[in-house]
Design a protein around this ligand. Sequence first.
Ligand code: APR
Ligand code: ZN
Length: 367
Amino acid sequence: MTITARAAVHDGAGNRLSVRTVQVADPGPGNVLVRMGASGVCGSDRHVLDGEWQLPSPTVMGHEGAGTVESVGDGVQDVRPGDHVVLSWFYPCRRCTACASGKAYACTGSRSEECVLPDGSTRLSSGGDPLFPYLAVGSMSEYAVVPESAAVRIPAEVPFDVASLIGCSVATGVGAVVNDAGVAPGESAVVVGAGGVGLSIVMGLRLAGADPVIAVDVSQEKLEAALALGATHAVLAGPRSVDDVRTIVAGGVDHAFEAIGRPETIEQLPAYLCRGGKAVLVGLPGVGTPVRFNALALAENGQSVIGSNYGSTVPARDFPRLAKLYLAGRLPVDRLISHRIRLDEVNEAFDAMRAGQRTRSVIVFDG
Ligand code: APR
Ligand code: ZN
């Protein structure tokens, strides 16, 4: 049986989304039909809308979502109707060597980036033509069909708006700190860019016991949010930001995170670091964007630059942990949310993001 859903569709050109009714087919074998509770409005969706990344289109946008399992296809064992789930935008194939080694984030068999299910199909359509769910999630829709490995059960006490953010910005930010940088208690850190992802890094640093935690942003509003979420210092981005940070931590910080995706701010990371420090690239630039580093200085100072994608998240391990930390009051994800909006207000949310406003908009679905 095919059902209908209201969804935010990107037709491939221009940065506007059209909110319209689409068709959603029954989940096939191994798939899960999810009634969406909430979807975050993330910077990665904006990259697509602004033409910085190319995708199969038309695309149902959204990759940061949570909801309730409505029905399951043949063979699904991990979830059942009524379960609350956080969706992963990188579904592990569960067959490749990386998956077998517990490194779901390094899976080589996932087709998430093609925006299709494991069998190459999509269950979404409009007027008989296929629609591609962004990163095989497509959470800006009342319903989504995802592979079983992308739907991770979490306790029903976690509200959907919070749960949706666990699916991208929080997993990315906390994972960058814990899984990738391996921050130790008492180490110092700077976070450049305090949007949804950067603020999640700040929360992760607080959780890991880092000190000081310095946020750098062009927006005073974002800096205040960073302080509220556990940053110990806030520095307004500008020509003096490196000096300001090095005044707070003489000799430079142990860890520098970039959470914007701009070449200029990425190239600046080593300047914040102490000898032996680590720069972590979390923000994602446009396809094919080169950056330059001073190789001699990096080598002489024993510094490293590492890439971090989705915080090297293992969804089935990390989503329940993050949910538990939220419930224990250790990860104030709710404070990341500045705006709760309806699906019809999605274009305004992206405009606000382009203008550097709002910490996080979250679309909340009825029912
Ligand atoms: N210096 C410092 N901060 C800046 C600068 C700058 N030159 N330019 C922009 N910013 C800040 C903005 O004010 C905003 O607070 O960077 C932040 C970016 O946040 P969002 O637009 O909310 O984006 P977010 O969803 O956090 O994603 C950030 O991470 O995963 C990636 O694809 C994602 O590349 C994107 C990045
Ligand atoms: Zn995201």
